[in-house]
Design a protein around this ligand. Structure first.
Ligand code: ARG
Length: 561
């Protein structure tokens, strides 16, 4: 049960929806004040009364019941007390009955969300800059599915542009099939880098010609391009597998080659296209933005042109209720422009396009040497983190079985969590030591807590685990934990509404902390009778919620650590 909503509905404040009220209800910093609190300051203007008077009024009117047993007005706040036993019984029953499904819902049934994420560039490094888009998008994908939506994961491949002409020219001059087969994506990238460093005017001209050949469907040029593309995709797939990332579509920029002309025509017919120095643009000055470039003076399309075609195609194909673009904030202007142009074209659904922007990820200075110049390949970061995890596990628990598998789960988890534990718009400096700190705000800490809970349950199992109702007196540590677990569904919902998986990361950290507090404060296995049964149920519930939470982020949980 969602107690905040329950209280909000009972309060029934004039002119304020139960949802709005529920959003304002919080947990007081000091449990002595109450179990829930509602600040009344925001209602003062609407109700033309002082917060203190509003709180006093609401308190006087509130019907106490078996669940919410007490309410008091203090300094403009309403403080509520709930009955711990009935609260714990209801919450645990729900969590244990729903198991892995707890926290999910079907509010998204019949609705589709498109999520454009990771969107790699063919023949270019898959680097640390792709971490956030990949794991943020992956988390949103799972969160929306958990809420009953159909999620369509789209990898909008960067597979269009003059760089592919350059790549072919470089390959023709310096490359060999053997070398590329052996070196894979890294060899391809080397060729591209070498072109940028060494190409002269003649080679640039060749590159332009190769690009033209790709465009005009030339067999050999396209075969080479397809080869580079399949190398890149096979390579990134190995990383997606490790990160548990999947896509439903790899329709990239090239896919829109034949879908741009109709869009340009539509822009023209709608009177939106203007000529400017030979180029075709949509003027966005009235909206305080630079013009959106549609066609260059040589007739070539641009990144924005392909995004316009892609948005229209996605709406037609998937009929989304929302289309998310998980792309770094550097592209803020690009998306504002594209969304504005679609709005000007008269598409009401332009309001359903959301740029989910995030900050930069960098590595702590000197934390690693890169294989290739300045670029930090994501693969290297993951592998290094897994190696470090392996060393730490070796040290902490030499007898651990399946160390390699556990190290993979722990190391990958640390990289993922590193990108998802803070508000997404913040810039992040990734540190191996911090990310793998067993006592820090880390996935390892949460995973370790899960292993601890699992081990308690394992030991108890031999004597039979009784699904236990709460005893008459529920202690502070027990109550705090169960109260937080009851808020998990609301946290999932909020993470989706705000496109903010960090809400779930934070939730997992808080729940793990409270579980550990409970574990240290209360005897579990040594307790007796109904108290023991209740504490085991609480342990089971905490483990279930933590596993689900980490799972939504794309992080696994080893059974033992
Ligand atoms: N490949 C692009 C880049 O690396 C990101 C594409 C994002 N998606 C989109 N529909 N524009 O910058």
């Amino acid at each position: 049960m969602d107690y905040k909503r329950y209280i909000a509905q009972k309060l029934c404040i004039e002119g304020v929806s139960a949802e709005e009220t529920a959003e304002l209800i919080a947990t007081p910093p000091d449990p002595a004040m109450g179990d829930y609190a509602l600040p009344c300051f925001k209602f003062a203007k609407l109700l033309k009364k002082s917060p203190a008077a509003i709180a006093a009024d609401l308190a006087a009117r509130f019907q106490r019941d078996d669940v919410v047993t007490d309410v008091s007005a203090v300094n403009g706040y309403l403080n509520f007390r709930v009955d711990r036993k009935s609260f714990a019984d209801a919450a645990l029953m729900q969590i244990l009955a729903q198991g892995e499904a707890y926290g999910g819902s079907d509010i998204g049934a019949g609705k589709t969300v498109c999520i454009d994420y990771s969107s790699v560039n063919i023949a270019k490094p898959f680097h640390i800059g792709h971490l956030s888009t990949t794991v943020l998008g992956g988390a949103l994908y799972r969160i929306y599915r958990f809420l009953g939506y159909r999620a369509v994961g789209i990898n909008h491949l960067g597979d269009y542009g003059t760089q592919f002409g350059k790549l072919i020219a470089a390959y023709k001059h310096w490359g060999s099939r053997e070398e590329v087969e052996k070196g894979g994506i890294h060899a391809v990238n080397d060729l591209y880098v070498r072109f940028n460093n060494e190409a002269d005017e003649a080679m640039e001209a060749e590159a332009r010609e190769y690009f033209r050949l790709i465009e005009s469907g030339d067999k050999e040029a396209n075969a080479l391009f397809d080869w580079f593309k399949s190398l890149t995709l096979a390579y990134v797939q190995t990383i997606y597998d490790r990160l548990h990332i999947r896509f439903d579509s790899y329709a990239g920029e090239r896919f829109y080659t034949d879908k741009m002309a109709p869009v340009v025509e539509e822009l023209r017919q709608k009177g939106l296209l203007k000529e400017s120095n030979g180029a075709q643009i949509v003027d966005l000055e009235p909206y305080g933005m630079p013009p959106c470039l549609i066609l260059r003076s040589d007739g070539a399309s641009l990144y924005a042109t392909r995004d316009l075609a892609a948005a229209i195609y996605r709406k037609k194909t998937y009929d989304f209720c929302k289309c998310l673009y998980v792309v770094a904030y550097q592209q803020n202007l690009h998306f504002q422009q594209v969304f504005k142009v679609l709005e000007l074209m008269g598409y009401a659904w332009a309001k359903d396009l959301v740029h989910v922007a995030y900050g930069m990820v960098s590595l702590e200075d000197g934390a690693m040497s890169t294989r290739k110049g300045k670029v930090v390949w994501l693969e290297d970061v993951i592998s290094r983190c897994v190696e470090r995890a392996r060393e730490i596990l070796e040290e902490k628990n030499p007898a651990l079985e399946n160390k390699d598998a556990v190290a993979e789960t722990v190391g990958v988890g640390a990289v993922v969590f590193g990108a998802l534990c803070n508000n997404k718009i913040k810039d992040i400096t990734f540190s191996y030591d911090k990310a793998l700190n067993f006592d820090g705000e880390t996935s390892v800490y949460v995973q370790y807590t899960c292993a601890r809970a699992a081990s308690v349950l394992n030991k108890a199992q031999t004597e039979g685990l009784a699904g236990g109702a709460a005893p008459a007196a529920v202690g502070d540590a027990e109550f705090e934990l169960v109260k937080l677990l009851a808020e998990f569904p609301a946290a999932v919902l909020q993470a989706a509404e705000r496109y903010e998986p960090s809400i779930i990361s934070r939730f997992c950290l808080d729940a793990a902390k409270l579980y550990n507090k409970f574990y240290l404060d209360c005897k579990i296995l040594q307790a007796e009778g109904e108290v023991r049964a209740f504490r085991l149920s609480l342990t089971q519930a905490a483990l279930t919620v933590l596993k689900t939470g980490l799972g939504l982020l794309g992080i696994g949980v080893p059974e033992k650590m």
